[in-house]
Design a protein around this ligand. Structure first.
Ligand code: C2E
Ligand code: MG
Ligand code: MG
Ligand code: MG
Length: 284
């Protein structure tokens, strides 16, 4: 059919589209084998307390080590996993890894263990009718303390369906907390926060980047903290890259932050060293 159409303009446009489509299809195919092939792994990025940078917890971030392409970033393969539905199995696997990890940290380090671990949950996962049952089963199998777990969802995922909101309410009833991720990038509305049982607001990097400057981002960052305080929501500043940003964030009232300035996503072993070192300094 491609050959038959033949018009010049059409030919100029279509091969690229075809390549992109074929490329996505190949990646989708490969992704189906990623989990059984042991190509997925999870890194942990510290979420720290301000101003000292003491690790308060971590966010689990998924990685795909593709056999020929190398490391594929999640922004490239999560959307494919969402479209093809493999996100259901992958998401359950990530949640299991996170639960095992927090349970192990608690067992091995007791009071020095991080008190929170965040897991990203995408729109399709959240809308899945089996989602809450999976969470219950994994909590049971791993013995993880639900009070130490947070699910990070985006505004779009929550706004999508009634089902999503219902699932979040059930997670909260189980003792997990809910974080609204990338706040400010979607069709953000403060009213969403009022209608949805959010415990943590993750203020997007796009605002945080300007925190140390004199611009609109800085004003938004500053005003959001008052709002979250009023509603007893924790605020986490995402994407903190400089000491200057961290200082400004602390000055306007932020007590939690995450970003390359404090630590990149790292292996569980590397993350353990950050909080055991901290416990040693604190004389714990
Ligand atoms: P996110 O949940 O907003 O995660 C934060 C992203 O910002 C991570 O990218 C992290 O590495 C990056 N980041 C952290 N600090 C800084 C900084 O100071 N500067 C900059 N430039 N970036 C910073 P990553 O790991 O590539 O993940 C991208 C997105 O993929 C995540 O954004 C999340 O939406 C999604 N994702 C990652 N893991 C999972 C998962 O297990 N399940 C689902 N559904 N989505 C995931
Ligand atoms: Mg996140
Ligand atoms: Mg985020
Ligand atoms: Mg993001």
């Amino acid at each position: 059919a491609a050959k038959a159409a033949g018009g010049r303009r059409w030919q100029w446009f279509d091969p690229g589209m075809d390549r992109a489509g074929a490329e996505a299809a190949r990646l989708a195919d490969d992704l189906r084998g990623a989990l059984p092939g042991g190509q997925l792994f999870v890194l942990f990025q510290p979420i720290v307390a301000l101003p000292d940078g003491r690790p308060a917890g971590a966010e689990a971030l998924l990685r795909w080590q593709h056999p020929t392409r190398g490391l594929v970033p999640p922004d490239q393969f999560i959307p494919i996993a969402e479209r093809t539905g493999t996100i259901t199995d992958i998401g359950a696997w990530v949640f299991t890894q996170a639960c095992r990890q927090i349970a192990e940290w608690q067992r091995r380090y007791g009071a020095a263990a991080p008190d929170r671990l965040s897991v990203n949950v995408s729109a399709r996962q959240l809308a899945d009718p089996r989602f809450v049952d999976t969470v219950i089963r994994v909590l049971d199998e791993t013995g993880a303390d639900p009070a130490r777990l947070l699910v990070e969802v985006t505004e779009t995922a929550v706004l999508n369906t009634e089902t999503a909101a219902g699932h979040l309410a059930r997670l909260k009833a189980l003792g997990l907390r809910v974080a609204l991720d990338d706040f400010g990038t979607g069709h953000s509305s403060l009213s969403l926060l009022l209608n949805c049982p959010v415990d943590v607001l993750k203020v997007d990097k796009s605002f945080v980047s300007g925190a140390a400057a004199d611009n609109a981002g800085a004003v938004i960052v500053k005003n959001l903290i008052g709002f979250t305080n009023d509603f007893r929501i924790d605020a986490v500043a995402e994407g903190v890259e400089t000491a200057e940003q961290a200082e400004r964030l602390y000055d306007v009232g932020y007590r939690l932050a995450q970003g390359y300035h404090f630590g990149r996503p790292m292996t569980a072993a590397a993350f353990e060293r950050t909080f055991t070192a901290q416990a040693a300094t604190a004389g714990a």
